[in-house]
Design a protein around this ligand. Structure first.
Ligand SMILES: [Zn+2]
Length: 148
């Protein structure tokens, strides 16, 4: 039954739900390794570049990459504070996103930082990546925390 809020203009309430089915393709191992607590990246031995987020093919030489495990330790390269977000994270506002420079990776990784005092986040701060104990195979399954 459609709920009608007004007639002029016509405003109605209708349920809206979409279930997505999508493939992670060549980056699947990043997500399937999360339940075992592993933070996986990909490496091109030819170019000697390690990618996180992972890339199944090297963007420089187009060669196939191989999987490598990272320690999860790193430093904050830069950060920002969010005061607006998508619906899923509205309850968490405000929160911070950080680009982290992870040991063993040559690319920056964008993730959320979970910290009690947001005023303590700074460039160069040492962090450690954390992985959800019950991964949902989403990017929000991993996040950074201070490593002090
Ligand atoms: Zn390459």
């Amino acid at each position: 039954m459609t709920e009608v809020y007004s007639i002029d203009p016509l405003v109605i309430k209708t349920p809206y739900e979409i279930a997505y089915k999508h493939s992670y393709g060549g980056t699947s191992k990043f997500f399937t390794s999360l339940p075992s607590g592993k933070l996986m990246a990909t490496r091109c031995d030819h170019c000697k570049v390690t990618y996180l987020p992972p890339r199944s093919d090297c963007p420089h030489c187009l060669g196939e990459t191989k999987w490598v495990e990272l320690s999860g330790k790193g430093t904050i390269h830069t950060f920002t504070t969010l005061h607006f977000s998508g619906e899923k994270f509205l309850k968490d506002l405000p929160f911070q996103l950080v680009y982290v420079d992870l040991e063993g990776a040559d690319t920056l990784f964008l993730t959320r930082i979970k910290i009690k005092d947001m005023n303590k986040v700074r460039v160069g701060m040492k962090i450690r990546m954390r992985i959800s104990r019950e991964p949902e195979f989403r990017s929000s399954d991993v996040w950074a925390e201070p490593d002090e």
